[in-house]
Ligand binder design. Sequence first.
Ligand code: KG4
Ligand code: ZN
Length: 346
Amino acid sequence: MYILAIDTSCDETSVAISNDRVILANIISSQVNLHIEWGGVVPSIAQRAHTERIEPAIKEALKRAGLTIEEIDAFAVTYGPGLAIALEVGIRKAKELASTYSKPLVAVNHMAGHVYANLASTKTGKSSINNLDFPTLALLVSGNHTEIVLMRNHLDFEILGATVDDAMGEAYDKVARMLNLGYPGGPIVADLADQGDQSAFKFPIPMKQSGDLNFSFSGLKTAVLYTIRDLKTLNGGELTKDQVVDIAASFQAAAFQAIIGKLITAVKQYQPKQIILGGGVMANTQFRKAIRNAVKPYAISLSYPNLKKLCTDNAAMIAIAAYYQLKAGDVVKDIENLDRDPAAHL
Ligand code: KG4
Ligand code: ZN
């Protein structure tokens, strides 16, 4: 079954084509350069860029996949969560395609896409996992979401814990801004953290004692802010290179501990057969390594998307989720009335 999927939820215009679980094309047109001078994603700029780029991305995806649009069996699109006016661009295009070619349309939750990215297979058959083994625990960490999700079945999501304020990716981006490192901050802070001493600063581990599975990053962020302010005062307004890398490393270590502590609590409570990771922050190899070490004693299979490109936003993950939705008969009944849901929950 050939599926063409579109994701325009944030600042990547992405179109992918899959054959069941096999990714034939995954075009990602990044807008980072357009947003860089603003230090974050500007919705109106994103909307304009999506509108300009969507058609060429569809053409390029078909070319890479070696297919014509008539050969596509179903269309899929992210309906939320994401930026309303950005989501609208993909939805409009997907509706138009499904209507023109009289094919089913599948509406996919972006976070479900981050889960199902784990099941994507390359053309040579490489895949992180071939099946979900229930109960599955999914840890999703992206720019806007930090969630521990329990799955007892395909497409059956129970959110066990989530961030009460900032998402972890957002915290990375904000720390990058405090250190004047640019945007998007995650990869930059992660690279600097590799060079720093994580025990240099004692930052609080957020909500360690909260007794539930929720997260919070605002206290950690404030602690980083005050540390930078105090060091600058002592240093005549500047931070040394060593201080910058040590702050990055100490911040990252506290953030990892916050997530991993809750993940282990969830593991003990729900005894999953499998843990799967998803979302942009999972592109961080140190994070994956720390998680792998922490779950080792529990002998549970651990999976993350087999390519970095499948961790950050992409439409291939939407195509894979759509494949499972199609198998379950979950298609849009009233195509004209499909609407975006910027705050969609799993
Ligand atoms: O999943 P994603 O691409 O978009 C959303 O759905 O939000 O996640 C983007 C987030 C950004 O906050 C970015 O800074 C962060 O993922 N990120 C990273 C890394 N790569 C991307 N954070 C830490 N380390 C990385 N290597
Ligand atoms: Zn995402």
